[in-house]
Design a protein around this ligand. Sequence first.
Ligand SMILES: *Cc1c(COP(=O)(O)O)cnc(C)c1O
Length: 433
Amino acid sequence: MKMLHDNLGVNEKGHLTIAGVDTVVLAKEHGTPLIVFDENKLRENCRIYKESMARHFGENSLALYAGKAFCCKEMYRIAADEGVGADVVSGGELYTAVSAGFPTDRVFFHGNNKTDAEIAYAIDNRIGYFVVDNREELDAIQAIAHKKGIVQKIILRATPGIDPHTHAKISTGKVDSKFGTAVETGQIEALTDYALELENIDLKGYHCHIGSQVFDIDPFCDAADIMLDFIAKMREHKGFEASVLNLGGGFGVRYVQSDPEIDYDKNIGEISEHVKSKCSSLNLKMPAVLMEPGRSIVADAALTLYTAGSVKTITGYKSYVSIDGGMTDNPRYALYQSEYTVYCANKMNETPDFKCTVAGRCCESGDLIQENVLLPSPKRGDIIAVLVTGAYNYSMASNYNRVTRPEVVSVKDGKAKVIIKRETYEHMTALDV
Ligand SMILES: *Cc1c(COP(=O)(O)O)cnc(C)c1O
């Protein structure tokens, strides 16, 4: 059987493996639901970006890992180790990075509504850059930087007016968006004027992010064109030449066999050729180019293991297989009808001919993991594996129905280590008074 990603396999017992480790044994030793990361795959994904960007965009380029995809101390230790930067969107993500010893000069603080407390906390921790969303936020950063007697580096988040044709909820570059300041309406130009006047603000450039799970490189090239045209215009009108251009995240990931295989290095190479030729046609010096991959660093490095419970066939309708997790650890089907590949990890060599809906355990009809899945006569106690769950699963987890959040382990050289402990009832009720 050709597996979806090269770190997956099937061993002599007919069990699914990740990085050579038997998932059925992991489920038995650690319990379920269990999220399993392949540490080498995480590192390899960081390296692909770092090396590819250095080769194509030059040494002053930087890949920033978007922590919202999967955030924990171990992830920041790995990102720090692999020499990538970090994109954080809250005081909580920043705190996690700081606690892991992440170098804060490589941190970019994002978000459409940073609080004064978060701004002050980030400045106290000497973060590299704020990615400023709007004018009110710029005023707040100026006031706090002034009070603390520092000059803060920033870039401005622009909405270039690109619709990358992914799901509407994960498309963010359109003019009508809660994120950023529009190019089309002239508001980003006005914000540039304003930022250049502020005493405690050092404007370095611009950011744009068009959306997520984008397979095609054209939307990135279109966004780069709009941003570089705009940068050239700012040079002419105001004598301001941006030295940083952040093209955001959003590269697609292969979740199911019908998704295309993606060559990230080739995509980055093609985007860089496009950016270089655009810069030369505008007679612009090539800015330091940044990218912010989240999903494509962590998604295919993990899978989730569940134990099957009830198997129910509604005569004349369909069958349901319920698992011991669901929207509390993976809300993506409920939110976006996201596609996943689902296997019975202990029966990989049996014929998958039982069509069913894999359902979570919450009191919510929409709590499904996937519909129209084929499994080999599933039974209570089977281990159900959902592949490619490294991104936007644990980071979106909740305690709905007071279901505790799963344990997360990482495997390397045949051994597993716990990187996030299983939440207990005591943890869950710790804040109840
Ligand atoms: C979500 C997001 C990212 C990461 O997107 P992925 O699709 O996970 O690569 C990067 N930058 C910004 C501003 C984002 O909102």
